[in-house]
Design a protein around this ligand. Structure first.
Ligand SMILES: CC(C)(COP(=O)(O)OP(=O)(O)OC[C@H]1O[C@@H](n2cnc3c(N)ncnc32)[C@H](O)[C@@H]1OP(=O)(O)O)[C@@H](O)C(=O)NCCC(=O)NCCS
Length: 161
């Protein structure tokens, strides 16, 4: 799919359009969805990217430095140079055209420029997200067969930047 691509970057939630970005919550199982206010709280320590194709908002990806994570996430060790990738999401109408891979590459470049050396996360094994991360050299760890009661397997991964 051709299109004019634009990225916007956001640090610590400043200027982030929480209401517009609510479209990305709907892509996830209800157990994983966040209300704008909940997301605002999480974004206090975040590095985020939004992707537009022909001026349409189609992608969102963001991470939280592991040292700033308030919730305990399984298999995540906290250190100053590691960021936890919370989400990499393309709206369904634009999936499978390569945008997800491009957006993640952009976000990883941005966090590397900020001094991070490693990305960790848990990736959905049913949406091809694990294959996307493998493309970036991900090493995989523990499999969670039923991630947060979604009935979907996720696997832990880490990518050296
Ligand atoms: C996962 C997601 C971000 C991928 O974005 P996308 O734009 O559809 O993916 P891309 O087109 O960039 O594909 C990247 C690679 O993933 C693989 N892939 C994508 N979808 C796949 C699928 N359904 N099954 C198997 N592999 C798939 C392909 O190997 C592709 O590599 P290629 O371009 O060399 O063929 C997107 O599908 C999405 O938002 N899904 C729902 C939310 C989600 O699961 N996010 C990840 C949470 S961990």
């Amino acid at each position: 799919m051709k299109g004019r691509v634009k990225f916007e970057t956001f640090v610590n939630g400043e200027g982030f359009p929480f209401e517009d970005a609510a479209i990305f919550e709907k892509v996830y199982h209800e157990n994983l969805q966040m209300e704008p206010d909940e997301k605002k709280e999480l974004f206090k320590h975040s590095i985020a990217v939004l992707m537009y194709v022909d001026d349409e908002l189609v992608g969102e990806t963001y991470g939280i430095p592991t040292q700033e994570l308030e919730e305990e996430i399984p298999n995540v060790t906290k250190d100053a140079q590691t960021i936890y990738c919370y989400s990499n999401t393309i709206i369904p109408s634009h999936q499978h055209f390569g945008w997800g891979k491009i957006m993640k590459a952009f976000w990883m470049g941005f966090v590397k420029a900020k001094g991070f050396k490693k990305v960790v996360g848990h990736t959905n094994m049913q949406t091809g997200s694990d294959i996307l991360n493998a493309f970036f050299g991900a090493r995989f760890g523990q499999i969670h067969k039923d991630w947060y009661g979604t009935g979907t397997p996720y696997v832990a991964y880490e990518i050296e930047l």
